[in-house]
Unconditional design. Structure first.
Length: 259
């Protein structure tokens, strides 16, 4: 099994290396200037990550995305628990929530700029707003899918205390679906980070990419996109590692069920 995993990883890396090689050849043959060679883009990436742009553009962008993701996740989990556990709230809160969910967060950026200015609070708020919805919906749906018999048994062993039932039974049972919402929320956080920095910012990866495009500096533009892609990839790997550790019991249950 481990050998098969290594073979698959090696095959994936080989395909990735082949794509980069094709990019390099296409860039060397390009006469329009629209596609710089990968080697030039890689050199520009190294320059960005070793000069002042690391602290003025790259790190602030990552921090905004993580702060927005964290805030949105907390809001989404709390609201999802309320709607998923106390179902009597659903008729009262569902209509306004569905209305707000239908509004694309990027559409709120110009309004927020007029109302609150172009500070980091605005960008983090937009990111949090977009990230909270998949977490909220998955938390609510996960709690509602917990087997009623499982909840009833938990009430017996916890003397019927709601907080204890939630903490010891309902939330752990809904955790696989909650983590699915968190994974989607993380991806949305990076997207909204770029959008907010393109519309209302004077720093960040989104600003760097947009300004490079406006100045027709294509090598820095491609470098910014690749840094963004690598950032998303590394955050996904980190999240997957945490997710596997948090759900090790769930993976064991799936293995027993398949057996």
């Amino acid at each position: 099994m481990r050998a098969l995993t290594v073979v698959r990883a090696a095959a994936g890396m080989a395909v990735f290396a082949l794509l980069l090689f094709v990019w390099e050849l296409a860039g060397r043959r390009d006469t329009t200037g629209l596609l710089p060679p990968f080697s030039d883009v890689a050199a520009e990436m190294a320059a960005i990550l070793t000069d002042e742009r690391l602290t003025t553009d790259v790190l602030p962008s990552v921090l905004r995305a993580l702060l927005g993701f964290a805030a949105g996740s907390v809001i989404g989990i709390l609201a999802g628990v309320a709607l998923g556990w106390w179902r009597r709230l659903d008729p009262w809160l569902r209509p306004p929530l569905e209305f707000l969910r239908a509004v694309p967060p990027p559409a709120l950026v110009p309004i927020a700029v007029v109302a609150f200015g172009e500070g980091d609070t605005l960008r983090v708020g937009v990111i949090a707003l977009g990230a909270c919805w998949p977490v909220l919906l998955n938390t609510m749906d996960g709690l509602r899918r917990v087997e009623p018999g499982y909840i009833d048994s938990a009430r017996v062993y916890t003397s019927g205390r709601t907080t204890a039932v939630l903490r010891r039974a309902a939330l752990p049972a809904a955790l696989p679906q909650i983590t699915s919402g968190l994974r989607i929320g993380l991806a949305l956080s990076l997207i909204l980070m770029v959008v907010s920095e393109m519309i209302a910012s004077s720093s960040g990866l989104g600003y760097l990419i947009l300004q490079s495009q406006r100045l027709y500096a294509l090598t820095p533009m491609y470098a910014g996109v690749l840094i963004l892609a690598c950032t998303g990839w590394l955050l996904t790997l980190l999240f997957s590692a945490v997710e596997r550790r948090a759900l090790v019991w769930f993976e064991g249950m799936k293995g027993r069920n398949h057996a």
